[in-house]
Ligand binder design. Sequence first.
Ligand SMILES: N[C@@H](CCC(=O)N[C@@H](CS)C(=O)NCC(=O)O)C(=O)O
Length: 386
Amino acid sequence: MRVRQAFGRCNDGKLRRLVRLHASSPNCIEMDAHHTRLMDNFCDMSTTMKWIVRALLVACAAWLPSAQALAATLDDVKAKGFVSCGVNHGLPGFSSSDEKGRWQGMDADLCRGLAAAIFADPDKVKFVPLTAKERFTALQSGEVDILSRNTTWTMTRDTALGLHFAGVTYYDGQGFMVHKKLGVGSVLELSGATICTQAGTTTEMNVGDFFDTKNMPFKLLTFDKTEESVQAYEAGQCNAFTADASQLYAFRLNLAEPDDHIVLPEIISKEPLGPVVRQGDDQWFNLVKWTVFALIEAEELGITSENIDEKRTSENPAVRRLLGVEGDLGRKLGLDNDWAVRLIKSVGNYSEMFDRNIGEGSPLNIARGINKLWSDGGILYAPPLR
Ligand SMILES: N[C@@H](CCC(=O)N[C@@H](CS)C(=O)NCC(=O)O)C(=O)O
């Protein structure tokens, strides 16, 4: 459901404002259907009538929770036929396009899974590559429906930026890489160092916090794109390169002599990475949030892309609910009851996504670590799907 301000042009060429109602609320449907005609009639009305119409429209809008709370991203996505997904333009394991131009990685897969849940087609995604600096504006402005781009959940982003984090797909932390010839084995030995990183990131801010707290002087060199900071690091313009730890391994693989570089043992921050949506659209927020939880729950219940059809005959009520054999969880999200089946069939459960993109089945070979399920000693946990 949504309520938007709308402007219409009358015959005199002047722009007049109306409240446009595009709502699934029964009280408002008629007005929405007649919006175009209403605009025409509106132009011919007397001033008093115009105010009466406006008052009626506002009253109808007021019946709904709030204008901002009703931006119907799911309706928009269904109408245009694809999910617009903001991704990193090249971060192996999370989102990068292969030689055929196909987007790969955890973050890309989340959007594919979402598209499969909505359209029964994981390819109904338009990937929009974004730099760290561009990403929030692209989401706020509506250029993308979801940001799935190694983005750290922070309080400011979740409040003042008008965004909502819809879960965590990877718990990361910030690390440092140095050339072996520097002869350094700990971040604590980097006092006075020049450090390269990317602008517009938590990475940039954490360096200041860490070095200032330790009373260690440092110089920060920031760049808009990671390629630029990696190049600067390789060219010797800085002594250390810092990023989310998952990325350091990926960047090291791309260096001319990867074995000449080491990743230092310290992790200096918490970087919970997850998908982000705009505030004001609870339905879309819920859909993305429960898509993440469904992937985690599927792993916990042992449902994979391979065995999902057999699992539909399971006696386990939790399996039956997730797979829509029982209950109506999918409908509560504005989809149908097979949404999770389509999701898991297309991208697998969380562990399949992890292994394929960043874990054992990938060149990054990152250990699950704290990204294991809570029941396996990690911190991944989905609330009950019931
Ligand atoms: N997770 C951090 C860092 C995100 C970030 O953009 N990291 C940089 C590396 S420090 C990156 O992914 N760069 C890849 C690129 O832009 O190509 C955040 O949300 O601020």
